[in-house]
Design a protein around this ligand. Structure first.
Ligand code: HDE
Length: 703
């Protein structure tokens, strides 16, 4: 048989392969390869005697165990990873010389890690939080990392504030509470005196912070970056990831319940999707701004609290990423992968965004304590597929055996090798930018519009989305114990939108303050006009942007959606089979939930098997629910409190519900309005049910 043609996307898999082992058909050994004869007992002085120090097998095993933990990431500790590939649709050579963006035939292997920010490694996936969206491209020219988030802006404008911000959002130091939550005093204390955070606050209080799936959220590079073409011409670029399944979220109450029912909900969803061949797909989009237009907008491209509205600069979709392989080992891959915004390839460069500039220091630095050595790049998951040759030597856990007799450059003794690459040979060359200015610890006056884009976001949301933001703020500030903090935050919200501030204030039983407290983080240059360094608003080019609302996302597919069928003995098998076939054909998945596990008797055909019982399943873990008929089944279910609760919750969380024939009885028993309620299909019609599931949620029911 001909050898399978190696696609470039296999390159990383091939590189990882020699480092893997699975123990199949092998003897158990020590780390020195010695076969172990008894793994059940320590070596003892007599059957009832003390253990012997000389038991090298026991000591090796326990010593390794004692040291198997490494520090978790200071932020983004909780994460899930996947392998895949990226392919550009057409050459981007006009704008960038990056090889992987120039050749549509090239499949570049990637490793992606999605994460929450505030929680520890074992915390719930469904925390209200930003999601990390970090992509490592193993390009032929070296590793390129796009270390982004699922929100396009950030809380602060300057990296020096990052430790303060993280200390404020993390559990409070005296008692380490709360875990994976921003609803506490120190976070909101910080926010209440940080007006620049207002735009990001709108995003984190929106449903974007509680995604339905990691496969159904957008990603953003956040900062403005730079592309450089072969001729050396630069242009500004903002990166977007657009999920092909659309952008969807869960309800806040649902998120809290999922955290109890299945804290691994997102991780499991990603894993299962890949295992079942439903590979997550994201398109890479770019907003390109010519250098000449740098100062054309009423916001600063270097300010990470600002977006470029898509109506102003459209997002051009330039390629697709497919995640098609789960990691073999969580620790070796997902935990040990090390991202760094400073991992660049020729054709891509930074800008002077002061948040990005600080990140360039932090990511390399943090790996030294997290992974323990400057040789972390030798860990298999971090190795580039491009060859590595330099004069860096030694250090803890060095793997490479450098054979050269010289470890310096220039040299003559090794004929100058390894030698510098000319630009024509792919040598990285930093973008030549003229910098003229005074050394100053301060901020540009173009950074002080803290409210216009927060308002743009809020005004672009649907009615339901605005209601969710208000409720989220009421929840979060309701958990704050200090009234002064609540008042200050409501004061900041009043600068964004008065109806928003009033609604939040009403829920908190307070009044909107008339005057804002002066922000404390001002540095004004000696010759600067203080007024220009105060928070203010600048008119934006658009008042609304459709792209900011999830209500406008694609709603034409039910692929990978999970539908619960509530069944009991006596269920109508024709209705079960008919609906199941239609849903599977449309790409959804079905699980039969019954009062007990095992066989469920049917009317009309052989028994069916329950996938879960009402004890372990919960409506919050499904996208929609169907109750087929069959008089006995309906009778049993309508008297089963868990079945009634299941449907009530699905209704409360605005999900599609369908019933067929006697299934209507069960629906009636719940008190859910069976008729005229949006998203409730009472005639068991598969087509109508599929259309309803594709809508994702019927938030109008909340009203
Ligand atoms: Fe990070 N961030 N960050 N961050 N960040 C880390 O690096 C940091 C910021 C992001 O899955 C750390 O290896 C500073 C913005 C992701 O491994 C650390 C500042 C954005 C991940 C760090 C920021 C991000 C991290 C912790 C402000 C979106 C997870 C462990 C100047 C564009 C990557 C690590 C993974 C992780 C520092 C702000 C995204 C400490 C100093 C803005 C997705 O280096």
């Amino acid at each position: 048989m001909a050898k399978k043609k190696t696609t470039l996307s296999d390159k990383k898999a091939e590189q990882l392969a020699p480092h893997t082992e699975d123990g199949a058909d092998q003897f158990l050994t020590t780390n020195q390869g010695v076969r172990i004869n008894d793994n059940q007992n320590t070596l003892k002085a007599g059957e009832r005697g003390p253990s012997l120090l000389e038991d090298f097998i026991m000591r090796e095993k326990i010593t390794h165990f004692d040291h198997e933990r490494i520090p978790e990431r200071i932020v983004h500790a909780r994460g899930s990873g996947a392998h895949g590939y990226f392919q550009v649709y057409e050459s981007m050579a006009e704008y960038t010389k990056a090889g992987f963006l120039n050749d549509p035939a090239r499949r570049t292997p990637v490793f992606v890690r999605f994460s929450t920010v505030a929680g520890s490694r074992g915390s719930t996936d469904l925390a209200r939080d930003v999601r990390g969206f970090a992509v490592k491209f193993y390009t032929d020219e070296g590793n390129y990392d796009l270390v982004g988030n699922n929100m396009p802006v950030f809380f602060i404008q300057d990296a020096v504030k990052f430790p303060d911000f993280v200390h404020a959002v993390k559990p409070e130091p005296q008692h380490e509470m709360p875990q994976a939550a921003s609803a506490h005093d120190t976070f909101w204390d910080f926010i209440s005196i940080m007006p620049e955070s207002m735009h990001m606050i709108m995003w984190v209080m929106s449903d974007r912070a509680i995604p339905r799936s990691l496969r159904m959220m957008e990603g953003f590079g956040v900062h403005t970056f730079r592309w450089i073409n072969e001729a050396g011409k630069g242009c500004f670029v903002k990166f977007h990831w657009k999920p092909l399944l659309g952008v969807h979220s869960v309800a806040w109450e649902e998120a809290q319940q999922i955290s109890g029912k299945d804290p691994d909900f997102h991780r499991r969803d990603l894993w299962n999707a890949i295992e079942s061949g439903n590979f997550p797909e994201f398109e890479l989009g770019v907003q390109l701004v010519p250098e000449e237009d740098e100062h054309k907008y009423p916001f600063d491209l270097l300010d990470p609290t600002k977006i470029i509205p898509e109506e102003v600069v459209p997002v051009k979709r330039i390629g697709k990423m497919v995640l098609d392989r789960n990691p073999d080992n969580f620790f070796a891959e997902t935990e040990q992968v090390a991202f760094h915004p400073g991992h660049l390839v020729p054709g891509i460069d930074f800008t002077n965004d002061p948040l990005l500039q600080g990140r360039l220091f932090s990511y390399l630095d943090t790996q030294l304590s997290r992974l323990g050595s400057p040789n972390f790049h030798e860990i298999p998951i971090n190795r580039p597929v491009a060859p590595v040759h330099n004069n860096q030597r030694d250090g803890h856990m060095r793997q490479t055996i450098n054979r050269s007799g010289t470890a310096y450059e220039p040299n003559t003794m090794s004929a100058g090798c390894p030698f510098q690459a000319k630009m024509a040979d792919g040598g990285f060359h930093s973008y030549t930018e003229r910098i003229d200015g005074q050394k100053i610890r301060g901020r540009s006056k173009s950074f002080f519009d803290h409210f216009s884009q927060a308002a743009l976001f809020y005004h672009s949301q649907s009615e339901a989305e605005q209601r969710h933001i208000i409720n989220a703020l009421r929840f979060e500030l309701g958990k704050v114990t200090n009234t002064d903090i609540r008042i200050r935050v409501v004061g900041l919200l009043s600068e964004v939108d008065m109806t928003l501030a009033s609604a939040v204030a009403e829920g908190l039983g307070i009044k909107v303050p008339e005057k804002l407290e002066e922000p404390i983080n001002r540095s004004i240059p000696a010759d600067g006009d203080p007024a220009q360094y105060q928070p203010h608003t600048v008119k934006q080019p658009v008042e609304k942007s459709a792209a900011l609302s999830m209500a406008n996302t694609v709603k034409d597919t039910i692929k990978t959606r999970i539908v619960a069928f509530l069944v009991a003995d006596g269920v109508n098998s024709t209705e079960v089979t008919g609906m199941k076939e239609a849903l599977l054909k449309a790409g959804a998945q079905v699980q039969l939930i019954a009062p007990h596990l095992g066989s469920v008797k049917t009317v009309g055909s052989s028994d069916v098997q329950a996938d879960q019982s009402l004890l372990t399943a919960a409506s919050v873990l499904f996208d929609a629910v169907f109750v087929p008929g069959g008089a006995d089944s309906a009778n049993l279910l309508q008297q089963h409190p868990d079945a009634i609760r299941f449907i009530n919750e699905a209704y409360r969380h605005c999900k599609a519900i369908a019933v067929a024939s006697e299934g209507l009885q069960v629906l009636k028993a719940t008190g859910v309005p069976p008729k005229e309620a949006p998203g409730v299909v009472i005639n068991g019609q598969a087509k109508a049910f599929i259309t309803a599931i594709a809508q994702h949620r019927f938030w109008e029911r909340e009203g």
